[in-house]
Design a protein around this ligand. Structure first.
Ligand code: NAP
Length: 328
């Protein structure tokens, strides 16, 4: 078994044999380019086809050496054993329809989308018999987009959640599991429905709060814009980082995980009302009890290696293009 080894790079040495013979990555943004970097670093795939609809992005992929082949043509997936769709959640039906005639029998289709139920519903009707669907969601990211934003270690020590629909071929799920492990991720399998509820509260609602609080501050008439920027270190700055995330991606996430997000927002609104009441009535005990509980959750996240304990969230501004982590 291959172990991670500092001498051969933080991801570990190249594999003795590739996990995937021929890989296609469709959508070369932050996640797509990071997958290609990681695959190149560890030779996870024998041959990589990078596909993006934008000729300028395809040109950039060539310049960066992303993939063995680069094309704007979705037919580039022909002959590929694994096709990973790295596009916004709202684009899957259209891309699945265009891709379907070119899929080889026995191919595995996967993705990295932040909502799983909707993506399965969008892709499934287009897949020919004998093609396997193994959806995946790496819970890793930054607020940056595009082919220049990716880096090989993005998925290292991050969770990747697989949501194979009932009856999915176990060998196909196993291959996608090994693929993500090789990129440094820890893999967990759950249903798409459960995934969407968990991510609604851990990722989607926090992003909505960030977008909202930054928008509210910008609208406040009694606080000038320069004061918002000047005094941003008091917590607000971290919200601005999250609220800088890609608008297309986040619009699609909210439109496609509507039920779960609305359910969690309902719960949140109730709890905010309780906090407002505690503040109004000087009920310090309620506030202290909650803040003690939440502090323990933060400690749990650090103990499990999902964030750093250093001040400023241990951000590595200089070392990596992403700096902090604003995963979706
Ligand atoms: P990104 O950097 O903005 O890249 C998105 C890619 O999708 C671009 O290559 C874009 O093509 C392509 N695209 C957009 N609309 C398309 C359409 N209608 N048809 C075909 N291609 C289209 O985004 P990303 O951060 O890599 O996110 C990609 C996926 O990963 C999303 O589903 C997102 O939910 C998921 N995800 C993101 C994060 C994160 O933190 N960023 C984390 C985990 C999962 P162009 O070159 O034409 O723009």
């Amino acid at each position: 078994m291959i172990q991670d080894n500092e001498a051969s790079g933080p991801l570990g040495p190249p594999l003795e044999a590739p996990i995937v013979r021929r890989l296609a990555v469709v959508g070369i943004g932050l996640i797509g380019s990071s997958i290609i970097h990681a695959c190149r670093a560890r030779r996870i795939a024998g041959h990589v086809v990078a596909i993006d609809r934008d000729p300028a992005v395809v040109g950039r992929c060539r310049a960066l050496g992303l993939g063995d082949e680069q094309t704007t043509d979705i037919a580039g997936i022909a002959g590929c054993d694994l096709v990973v769709l790295c596009i916004p959640v709202g684009a899957f039906a259209e891309v699945a329809a265009a891709m379907a005639p070119h899929l080889k029998p026995g191919a595995i289709v996967s993705d990295v989308g932040s909502v799983k139920g909707s993506i399965i519903a969008q892709i499934s009707p287009h897949l020919p018999a004998g093609v396997h669907l193994v959806p995946a969601h790496p819970v890793a990211g930054t607020e940056y987009s595009g082919p220049d934003a990716g880096f090989a270690t993005l998925f290292q020590r991050r969770w990747c959640i697989l949501t194979p629909p009932e009856g999915t071929d176990a060998a196909a799920t196993g291959l996608v599991d090994r693929f993500w492990h090789a990129m440094g991720a820890d893999v967990e399998v759950m249903t798409a429905e459960h995934h969407d509820r968990v991510l609604a509260i851990t990722s989607h609602v926090p992003h909505l709060i960030a977008y909202n609080i930054v928008g509210t501050a910008a609208d406040l008439e009694t606080v000038t814009e320069s004061e918002v920027i000047k005094f941003s270190a008091g917590g607000f700055r971290d919200f601005t980082r999250i609220a800088a995330s890609d608008p297309t991606m986040w619009r699609d996430i909210f439109l496609h995980n509507r039920e779960a997000v609305l359910e969690m927002l309902g719960r949140l609104n109730e709890d905010v009302a309780i906090l407002a009441r505690a503040i109004r009535w000087g009920d310090g005990e309620t506030l202290f009890r909650l803040f003690t509980r939440t502090r323990a959750i933060r400690r749990g996240i650090i103990d499990q290696g999902q964030d750093a304990a250093e001040p400023d969230f241990g951000r590595r501004h200089a070392e990596q293009p992403g700096g902090g982590k604003a995963e979706a």
